[in-house]
Write a protein that binds this ligand. Structure first.
Ligand code: PLP
Length: 394
């Protein structure tokens, strides 16, 4: 539609949200779809967090909040960073936003100028590329493959750097691959980055607690990277609070100040009630949500076992988040039930139509050989979905 801006016309629709909308539409038509497309824990919000939100309403937290978040929430975030990550921040280095998605959007808006390049080790989270483009940046994918567990190597990183490189964005644990960078692996990447002091690192750690590898590491832990690393985190995944929309950053003060300024013109402070509840969420130790992590671990085992019984699905062992990202290129060039499968998108659509299972094409994540399945679903749903997929591709 040429009445709209070039900006929005050139923007891709979020593939995960598009698949979720399509799933909802089919379900409303009475079609029994199993949705494995959304990245959303299926647990309710823990009671102690709900109680805090109810109390906040009763305590009349109804006004605009400070743009960058309540002071006592920032304090809780600082304590959390110290407790879980051994990172030290001052309140002026913290900005609370309407979801980590807004935190990331703020960062691209305040850091990128027209033509700046942003390194995205692929596969990467759907919104990074389009957020960069809206801000005038140019996403530069660094391909990885299942052979390196979908992790970028120091050599590939260095090769991708140009004089125009402004920043790198990645998530660990990674959505969609589930890969977790160890401290040693991050150090190797840091050894490259220290040679290019102007490159900013955006470390998306929203899946920090959903980690089965036994340890979470952050680029910001390295003294020589701290001053140019922004850590992005939030409560959506760990506390099952996706709809409550609270994310935050810890990073260099000059960047935090700019995010505050940007947000002050675009949205103002995040939802007051959700901010109050987030204080309670963060003040509690991660052990409070271990039951969810344990459940995800069980489901990972279940889905990997069932997928290994289906010909043509090659998987890595995801160490975190709640996704599997099988390479399905085996099916490319084949015809299933009269339908030609040439791309991951064809395959994902085929699974929706023939198996009635919603997945997301890897193309949306910068990897055209894979599809993403979320196992944030019940064991019954996972078993039934895998049964249907197996039948549909037989
Ligand atoms: N980063 C990654 C890697 C995600 O998977 C998501 C949500 O899917 C987000 C950020 C955004 O999270 P929020 O709900 O806090 O906006």
């Amino acid at each position: 539609d040429n009445r709209l801006s070039k900006r929005v016309n050139e923007m891709a629709t979020s593939a995960t949200l598009a698949m979720a909308a399509k799933t909802r539409e089919l379900k409303e038509q009475g079609i029994d779809i199993i949705g494995l497309s959304l990245g959303e824990p299926d647990f309710p919000v823990p009671e102690f967090i709900k109680d805090a939100a109810i109390q906040a309403i009763k305590d009349n937290y109804h006004s605009y909040t400070p743009v960058d978040g309540y002071g006592d929430l920032k304090k809780a975030i600082i304590t959390k960073f110290k407790r879980d990550n051994n990172l030290e921040y001052k309140p002026s280095q913290i900005v609370v936003s309407t979801g980590a998605k807004q935190s990331l959007a703020n960062l691209t808006m305040v850091l990128l100028d027209e033509g700046d390049e942003v390194l995205l080790p692929a596969p990467y989270w759907v919104s990074y590329a389009d957020q960069c483009k809206v801000a005038g940046g140019i996403p530069k994918e660094i391909p990885t493959s299942i052979e390196t567990d979908f992790k970028v190597t120091a050599e590939a990183l260095e090769e991708a750097i140009t004089p125009k490189t402004k920043m790198i964005i990645y998530s660990s644990p990674c959505n969609p691959s589930g890969s977790v960078y160890s401290k040693k692996e991050l150090r190797k990447l840091a050894d490259v980055l220290v040679k290019y002091p102007d490159i900013i690192v955006i470390s998306d750690e929203i899946y920090e607690h959903i980690n089965f590898s036994g340890g979470h590491a952050s680029m910001a832990e390295f003294d020589d990277m701290y001053d140019r690393t922004v850590v992005v985190n939030g409560v959506s995944k760990a506390f099952s609070m996706t709809g409550w929309r609270i994310g935050y950053i810890g990073g260099p003060e000059w960047i935090a100040r700019a995010c505050n300024k940007m947000q002050g013109q675009v949205t103002s402070g995040a939802n007051a009630i959700a901010q109050r509840a987030t204080i309670t969420a963060l003040e509690n130790p991660p052990s409070k949500i271990q039951f969810m992590v344990d459940a995800f671990k069980e489901r990972r085992k279940l889905i990997l076992g069932l997928l290994s019984e289906i010909e043509g699905f090659q998987t890595n062992e995801p160490e975190g988040a709640f996704y599997v990202f099988p390479d399905v290129s085996y099916f490319f060039g084949k015809t299933l039930r009269g339908k030609n499968i040439n791309t991951a998108s064809d395959f994902s659509l085929y699974l929706l139509e023939e198996a009635k299972v919603a997945t997301v094409t890897g193309e949306a994540f910068g990897d055209p050989n894979c599809i993403r399945l979320s196992y944030a679903a019940s064991e019954t749903e996972i078993k039934e979905a895998m049964r249907r997929i197996k039948e549909a591709v037989a």
